[in-house]
Design a protein around this ligand. Structure first.
Ligand code: ZN
Length: 192
């Protein structure tokens, strides 16, 4: 079987050329030549195998110059349509990314995605492992809040014996004369 280019309407391979000598014509259906003409003539097929206007398979039917031009135009159109749709797609992607970025409101930020948390945890673990491998000189940790000095418990001087109060006065270099508890307490409180 041989398939003719669409503009070949008839063929006749002479007997001298190995053909059957009979003229073959493209079939016509309802007054219109068939789009595909498949010739079955063993004698002529041998000769037509070397003819560039004929092909072995239907898929390989040679194109006419017009058909080549139409196909190339279609390919260009298809390429342009493809480029257009790619442009549109990338434009749409940019929009989506921008929308996602603008959707990162503080409300969202308050709930970091699990992936982010996992990455942060990983980073911390890696840091800890690195520190274990290369111990850092120990750093004294200063607490953020300094503990207040314990408030001196105000001794209830009135509960003490006047002799104790006198002794306290003497220890602090205060006058220890007199025997009035109130006087000793007054002196002690003044210097407190
Ligand atoms: Zn023939």
């Amino acid at each position: 079987m041989r398939h003719a280019r669409s503009d070949v309407m008839s063929v006749a391979v002479p007997l001298e050329a190995g053909g059957c000598g009979v003229s073959h014509s493209r079939p016509v259906t309802n007054g219109v030549p068939d789009e595909v003409w498949t010739l079955t003539c063993p004698a002529c097929e041998v000769f037509l195998a070397k003819d560039p206007l004929w092909s072995a398979t239907e898929a390989e039917i040679p194109e006419t110059p017009d058909e080549v031009k139409i196909r190339e135009d279609n390919e260009k159109r298809g390429q342009k349509a493809l480029e257009r749709s790619q442009k549109e797609l990338s434009g749409r992607l940019v929009e989506v990314v921008e929308q996602l970025a603008s959707a990162q409101t503080p409300a969202h930020a308050a709930e970091p995605d699990p992936g982010l948390i996992a990455r942060l945890v990983e980073a911390q673990v890696a840091k800890i492992l690195a520190e274990q491998a290369h111990p850092q000189p120990s750093v004294k940790i200063i607490p953020a809040t300094v503990e207040p000095e314990p408030e001196p418990v105000e001794m209830d001087l009135h509960k003490l014996h006047w002799k104790t109060l006198q002794k306290m006065c003497r220890e602090r270099g205060l006058p220890d004369d007199g025997s009035s508890k109130d006087e000793f307490i007054r002196r002690l409180k003044v210097t407190a």
